[in-house]
Ligand binder design. Sequence first.
Ligand code: ATP
Ligand code: LTN
Length: 335
Amino acid sequence: MSEQAERKQRILSGIQPTGTFTLGNYIGAVRNWSRLQEDFECLYMVADLHSLTVRQEPAELRRKSREAAAMLLAAGIDPAVSLLFVQSHVPAHAQLSWVLSCNTQFGELSRMTQFKDKSAKHADNVNAGLFTYPDLMAADILIYNADLVPVGVDQKQHLELARNVAQRFNNLYSPTFHLPEPYFGSTGAKIMSLQEPEKKMSKSDTNANSFILMTDDADTILRKCKRAVTDSDGVVRAGEDKPGVTNLMSIYSSLTGKSFETIEKEFEGQGYGAFKEAVAGSIIDAFRPIQAEYARILADKAYLDGVLRDGAAAASRMADRMLAKVYKKVGLLQL
Ligand code: ATP
Ligand code: LTN
């Protein structure tokens, strides 16, 4: 086999340390990350620079960055196999992001749904970083020539922007960047809020009943599931007219592997009570082993920081090479 054919495809993904991870983060992202390690060369990062686009309390951000890394390790990311690092520890991302932003149009960034949503949500702080957020994300990906980027469907538009910017750069200068593809998990790629099932479940939501955290204990999970908004017809069936029930079904389906059809049969004639308890049970079972690991890793700061230090050093070696190439191509003076 040629060397090219033998090279594993490369994966990069990131998650912001803006809060404790939710069930949405788990099903849409984190769970898939650990599964991909066997077949791909994986780089995973805690996107702390991205989280500065929304006001953060400094001490809390530091704490959450460690917690995010610990949760990723607890969920199965193996530092002997994959690289795990903190985005700001690899300065080349921010450096490449500047060059990319000079090759991105105001119009393209203005069309980003996340920008529109977040500027509406934080109307008092519509900062330039929020606007150029997709260029930093493009830099995260392009700097490693990642082939695949596992994300939730809400990030599809950002991936398209990364591809467009990469292609534009390649045409303008010379072939430099790989065009990355999004990689969506097969089921339940978008988990919705338990209180407003038209909105995605988000860890920065102000209503704590709208999300389930990966650190929630069994009682809390059960309570939040029982309070989840459904409808009044009492039938466990998926459909556009039943967003709350459909969301609970996709959670249950993606955690148990059961199809919608099987789930509808399982709860036929039973109403929502038994169904909600079963959904809660599937979440509790999935989180129990992760929570034990999380507590153990978080208590071992020396180990955790060592993993992050090694990850950043290895990632920097790769990123610096690409940055030097790009700086040269665009004509920045090198001595
Ligand atoms: P925030 O609430 O701070 O905007 P978030 O919860 O949306 O954050 P991110 O850090 O932006 O989370 O996203 C991390 C990963 O989790 C991304 O791949 C994203 O697509 C995925 N993700 C986030 N929310 C969901 C969800 N509700 N369903 C599925 N995947 C999700
Ligand atoms: N914007 C992403 C987080 C993120 C990311 C990345 C994902 C930052 N950089 C690079 C994939 C690749 C989000 O999920 N909100």
